[in-house]
Write a protein that binds this ligand. Structure first.
Ligand code: NAP
Length: 322
């Protein structure tokens, strides 16, 4: 008998067709909370993204064996609880690494060179004479980039920085990234040194209890006044109220943000009225090619996990231990 899968995010047609070859698929709008929870109770697996799945939502979902998230980050799940319930959590690393690193670099360049602000200036018809120093940006090439969390995406950012922009790369990780050290000359330092020396501080850590508000008022104060903070990890890694204060007070020069503490960010957030903030709507991996690859990867993870053959992309491998 075919396994039953809940799809709680729209999938590309070809991915959906492929999934239907392998399972009975029930499409549910996760915004209809009760219907979603009821569907999980009848399901063997589920695929989706961008929705918090709490332990309470899984009460009574006794058949559920696999949750497949269309993302590399898995902060929407209580992993320990899933493990206790014997539910495999699968994610989609690697396929989104390069496009997310491109987004990070877009934020670095846009923030440093005031691309969004000055494009708006031209469109508003304000370019009426040759621009002067009041519109100059700051250089990116040759500067120091501090990466907080140099893993897959951080590594792809380091490669762009070191090889493409001749930048010095500093990083913090709990364990050394020898590949990045050898290949890009990245140097592992304490967070305090990274903050004090970097012209761009770029967050690429997963959101965990340890990384929640990793950057707060004290860390912002420890940065150079001329530095720019780039966040394309998760909004909650930065204390947003402290960031707003720091930007208002000129404690740091600017910020490039793909993520926010609450998403979508409120239209009246002070961040959105600051010229020295570039704000994006969480587009790290949002290209046609990458979003398709992520959906396909998550679908394959789900089907393989249901038949017991999934070997990689498993967040809680302990579940598989006898
Ligand atoms: P990854 O390969 O696991 O890299 C994460 C890095 O963070 C690792 O090098 C890890 O090294 C380090 N780290 C983890 N906990 C840390 C801590 N407490 N203190 C310091 N460093 C820590 O993950 P990835 O694939 O690069 O993805 C990183 C994150 O990017 C995801 O979790 C996700 O939240 C975010 N993301 C955002 C978007 C977007 O659309 N904006 C897209 C994709 C991913 P150690 O284990 O040695 O500490």
């Amino acid at each position: 008998m075919k396994k039953r899968i809940v799809a709680y995010k729209p999938l590309p047609d070809d991915v959906m067709a492929w999934l239907r070859e392998h399972a009975e698929v029930v499409e549910v709008d996760a915004a209809r909370h009760d219907a979603f929870v009821a569907a999980l109770k009848e399901a063997d697996g589920a695929i989706g993204a961008s929705v918090k799945i709490t332990p309470a939502m899984l009460e009574g979902a006794t058949k559920l064996k696999v949750l497949s998230t269309i993302s590399v980050g898995f902060d929407n799940f209580d992993v320990a609880d899933l493990t206790r319930r014997g539910i495999v959590l699968a994610n989609t690393p690697d396929v989104l690494t390069e496009s997310t690193a491109d987004t990070v670099f877009a934020l670095i360049l846009a923030s440093a060179r005031r691309v969004v602000e000055l494009a708006d200036f031209v469109k508003a018809g304000q370019w009426q004479r040759s621009i002067g120093a009041e519109h100059y940006g700051v250089d990116v090439q040759g500067k120091t980039l501090g990466i907080v969390g140099l893993g897959r995406i951080g590594g792809a950012v380091a490669r762009r920085a070191a090889l493409g922009f001749n930048m010095r790369v500093l990083y913090t990780n709990r364990s050394p990234n020898e590949h990045a050290e050898k290949t890009f000359g990245a140097r592992r330092v304490q967070l305090a040194e990274l903050l004090a020396q970097s012209d761009f501080v770029c967050l690429q850590v997963p959101l965990t209890k340890e990384t929640h508000h990793l950057i707060g008022a004290a860390e912002l104060k420890a940065m150079k006044k001329s530095a720019i903070l780039i966040n394309a990890s998760r909004g909650q890694t930065v204390d947003e109220a402290a960031l707003i204060d720091a930007l208002k007070a000129g404690t740091i020069h600017g910020a490039g943000l793909d993520v926010f503490e609450r998403e979508p960010v409120a239209a009246d957030s002070p961040l959105l009225s600051m010229n020295n903030v570039v704000a994006l709507p969480h587009i790290g991996s949002a290209t046609h090619e990458t979003r398709h690859a992520m959906a396909r990867c998550a679908a394959e993870n789900l089907v393989a996990a249901l038949d017991g053959s999934l070997a990689s992309n498993i967040v809680n491998r302990e579940v598989l231990k006898p």
